[in-house]
Design a protein around this ligand. Structure first.
Ligand SMILES: [Zn+2]
Length: 164
C-alpha cells in the first residue's frame, strides 16, 4: 500500500498509476478478503493529488438483527498528500493539518493505509442494515414463538395419540 513517487517528483503535472490488491489489517475494521486500489497520482507542485477508487468488503454488525453481514464498498477517493517535512509551515499558516484531514508523505514514499482507513470509516452507513428485508430481533423472537407453538401443537397431538 506504498508507492515511491520519485519518478514524478521532478515535473509538475506528471502523473502515475497505482493498482494493488491485498489483505490489509485495520484495528477497527474487519475486512472480508483482500481489498483493491486503483489510483492516479499527480504532482501538483506543492502536493500530490490522489484520485481513484478503493474497493472490497467489510464485515459489519447489523443494527436491526445484530448479526454480522458483508458490506461491499467501492469508494471514490480524492485526497492530497503533502511533504511531512513541510507540516510545520501549514501550522504557522494557521492551518492545522490534523483537523483538516491532510495526509503526508515522507522521503518520497506515499503510504495509503491511513487514507484507506479514513475513507472506509467515513463511508460506512450510520445505520448498518444487513438487508432491506431484515426482520430485526423482535420479529425473530416472534418466529421463535411460532416454532414453540408448533412444538406445543405436536405435544397435543402426541398426547391425544397416547390417550387413544
Ligand atoms: Zn439484519
Amino acid at each position: 500500500m506504498r508507492i515511491d513517487i520519485s519518478p514524478i517528483k521532478k515535473t509538475i503535472g506528471q502523473s502515475m498509476e497505482y493498482e494493488d490488491t491485498r489483505d490489509v489489517n485495520f484495528k477497527e475494521l474487519k475486512l472480508d478478503g483482500p481489498m483493491g486500489l486503483k489510483l492516479k497520482l499527480t504532482n501538483l507542485g506543492t502536493r500530490f493529488a490522489v484520485s481513484g477508487a478503493i474497493y472490497g468488503s467489510v464485515k459489519l454488525i447489523c443494527n436491526r438483527c445484530a448479526e454480522e453481514y458483508i458490506w461491499g464498498f467501492n469508494i471514490p477517493v480524492n485526497e492530497e498528500f503533502f511533504d511531512i517535512h513541510e507540516k510545520k509551515s501549514y501550522i504557522t499558516e494557521g492551518e492545522d493539518p490534523d483537523s483538516q484531514n491532510f495526509f503526508f508523505y515522507e522521503n518520497d514514499i506515499i503510504d495509503f493505509k491511513e487514507m484507506i482507513r479514513q475513507n472506509i470509516l467515513s463511508s460506512i452507513p450510520i445505520k448498518t442494515i444487513c438487508s432491506e428485508n431484515c426482520n430485526g430481533i423482535v420479529l425473530e423472537c416472534a418466529e421463535d414463538d411460532k416454532l414453540s407453538k408448533d412444538d406445543i401443537l405436536k405435544e397435543h397431538i402426541t398426547d391425544r395419540k397416547i390417550k387413544k
